[in-house]
Design a protein around this ligand. Sequence first.
Ligand code: IMP
Length: 215
Amino acid sequence: MKTTIQVPVRGLVHPRDRKKRTFSGAYRHRIDRVLISSTWIRRRVRELARQLVGDLRLRRSSELELVVVLKGGAVFANALAREICRLGGPPVIFNYITASSYGSRTVSSGTVRIAGQIPFVRNKDILIVEDIADTGLTLARLKEYLLTERRAASVRICALLDKPSRRKRALKNRLALDYVGFRIPDIFVAGYGSDCAEHLRELPFIVAVKRRGVK
Ligand code: IMP
């Protein structure tokens, strides 16, 4: 099984999704191009679910406890959980947390805010589900928080997208992503739960955002 899929700058569009797509006015000024089409995402989510179910069986886990990072991780986590269920995997428990180093702008603020109802995770094996690993600050801080402050037994990370070229140098070898959907170039993206200033989360695919569509 692939550990990840490298997405070229021009994008990864499945032949089935190749028909010319035109975006209506509300979208046209924000979207540059489709970066990862929906068939690719569906297939990759299925692969990740298969990998997770295999690992959970090896660990003899009776449940999968998720900590979903809002808002970006919600769509991905839902799709992943449905696939796990379809594959006959263990029950999935959803916890939600808000943790982000972004405000509504597209540059990392450098500090990570953790908010929301803090899940009870003491002595549990946790899987963090996030849309994008960028500098890595959010995931590193969240993992540390769940392990040291909330006393989780173990914390693994599942990110749909990874931008390794953006990773903070100090985290390059320290932050392990256990499950990654796609490795993407340093491009600002949206769709499939990820936003551009709260827009475009509803798209069933991932798009590269037009620079002037970025606030
Ligand atoms: P990090 O802490 O720098 O790794 O940033 C991760 C957070 O920033 C995630 O919660 C993402 O939702 C958000 N983020 C990073 N890159 C993008 C992007 O290209 N589009 C939308 N959100 C992004």
